[in-house]
Design a binder for this molecule. Sequence first.
Ligand SMILES: C[S@@+](CC[C@H](N)C(=O)[O-])C[C@H]1O[C@@H](n2cnc3c(N)ncnc32)[C@H](O)[C@@H]1O
Length: 255
Amino acid sequence: MSDFQKEVADRIAAVPANKQLCETAAAFMSASTVPKYSYNFSWQGRPIIQYPQDMIAMQELVWSIKPDLIIETGIAHGGSLIFSASLLAQLDLCDAIETGEMLDPKKSRRKVLGIDIDIRAHNREAIEAHPMASRIQMIQGSSIAPEIIDQVKAVAQKYSRVLIYLDSNHTHDHVLAELEAYASLTSKGSYCVVFDTVVEDLPKEMFPDRPWGPGDNPKTAVWEYLKTHPEFEIDKSIQNKLLLTVAPDGYLKRV
Ligand SMILES: C[S@@+](CC[C@H](N)C(=O)[O-])C[C@H]1O[C@@H](n2cnc3c(N)ncnc32)[C@H](O)[C@@H]1O
């Protein structure tokens, strides 16, 4: 580890003791949820429902893991699929620069596989018309339906470095079922990221029209899953670094 990297690691490790910083970040997370801050952003023209800080963490994961497959549950407008595909395209470009081989920009050994119960026609059309589309495959259906799980597993077996993002229905039971179905596909050293664990830390009143809330959400599912899956550990350094994240305790590293 270089001196610079050590300074960064030490600085991040000191974050939890910085009460003012942590409370300020928690206040921002709380104040920004109802105004739908996460809906304000796009990636290469497609709306992405994420906090920009989590997107930086996702970029850091892709660069360090160099996955050949990213599996995402929850497509919505497709911004996250395009984001992931564009990062995989950058890896392809870097490979071509390093090896000197000609790059066919439409052909890639890397892929993003998205699953959503309801891929709206206008979203599908826009995703399929995007320059990144050749790296994207979509499956419509519930992410916990046995036939969908089978399809995802059939795709995953053709790849060797798999990164996973779970961001669909945020109830405890659904996320636990997704973890049981997909987390084992995560390659050693890679991550299964569970989004919207932050629901556990926010007041119940913030989710009046949702089936999830404190006590029943992705974070409670993660905690339950980890009781019987020691092959995963929460990478707290990521949430300590980001401070503003919808995935506290959600960055699960396969060790
Ligand atoms: C929060 S949005 C996904 C946001 C997206 N990952 C992004 O970053 O832009 C949640 C999506 O999950 C989908 N969804 C809800 N229940 C689902 C299920 N049972 N299986 C698969 N997708 C589901 C919804 O249709 C919705 O598009």
